[in-house]
Write a protein that binds this ligand. Structure first.
Ligand code: MN
Length: 282
């Protein structure tokens, strides 16, 4: 035991003593251990998310929902690669049904485009080969781990049309060096999309034309039924690798004939049952 006569009780500052400080620390430690040991102790937040006031605000990323005042809050953007056989061939891989692969874009890469408008889309830095990829996007309002196929579509709140814009030269250069090709896919404005159409109104999209015209000429032209892995199958695979959460969205892959755009080009995306997506590169 400590000797109360030692100098641990000396005055430090006006009020606080070392002894008092130590006692407080021990009490806090004991309370923490008791809380950890109690079966009723449910941590409300990890230490990294402790209560406090924000140092500054970070903008919340949302997508408008057609026919609703609600906004869809975005958590993560997942994208599947090479999900149409003909596109897999043009990208130099085997179109047999290998397990799908996924990558992510940062949430704040989203550029919302309102139907009936032509959005200005800035040509990004560093690239000299900037490609369009027209895609169906599924958005989730439920999550889960190891979601079974028959439950997968229950997670989907709605769909929209999107462009997975790609700095192809940077992607290829990094792939050639066996380095991560994030710089080719994950940059500002790289996730262009229209507003969300709820499943309750439009149903699920398993077939139908998907196309992209540049300056009025059709470049990409396929059918959603040509996907190698359906949206439901993508959810099964993704949920084995990650815990899916409400707010996650999935770019479901692009058909063949991806290609370059330059400043001034008008891209018009189409998916049967959704409004056109119109974007001008500036
Ligand atoms: Mn893509």
């Amino acid at each position: 035991m400590q000797n109360p006569g030692n100098n641990r009780g000396q005055i430090v500052g006006e009020h606080m003593t070392i002894e008092t400080s130590n006692l407080k620390r021990r009490a806090a430690l004991a309370a923490g251990m008791a809380a950890a040991a109690s079966p009723l102790a449910v941590p409300l937040a990890s230490p990294a998310q402790a209560a406090g006031t924000m140092l500054f605000d970070v903008k919340r990323i949302t997508i408008p929902i057609v026919g609703s005042d609600h906004l869809f809050p975005v958590r993560r953007i997942y994208c599947i690669g090479r999900n149409y056989a003909a596109h897999a061939i043009e990208r130099g891989s085997d179109p047999t049904r290998e397990p799908p692969f996924f990558f992510q874009k940062p949430t704040d890469a989203i550029q919302n485009v309102a139907p009936g408008t032509i959005a200005d889309h800035p040509y990004p830095s560093l690239t000299k080969n900037y490609h369009h990829e027209i895609e169906l996007v599924a958005v989730l309002h439920k999550g889960g781990r190891n979601v079974p196929l028959e439950k997968a579509l229950d997670l989907v709140y709605g769909y929209t049309i999107g462009l997975d814009m790609t700095r192809r030269d940077l992607q290829n250069a990094m792939a050639d060096q066996k380095k991560p090709w994030e710089i080719g896919k994950s940059f500002d404005h790289a996730a262009v999309l229209g507003p969300i159409h709820p499943v309750a109104k439009v149903g699920h999209f398993t077939k139908g034309r998907i196309s992209l015209a540049v300056n009025g000429k059709i470049r990409q032209n396929s059918d959603l039924a040509m996907m190698m892995w359906s949206v439901a199958e993508q959810i099964v695979q993704l949920s084995a690798a990650f815990e899916l959460m409400p707010g996650d969205i999935i770019y479901s892959g692009t058909p063949e004939n991806v290609g370059p755009v330059v400043a001034g080009d008008l891209m018009e995306g189409h998916i049967d049952g959704l409004p056109e997506l119109k974007v001008r590169v500036v």
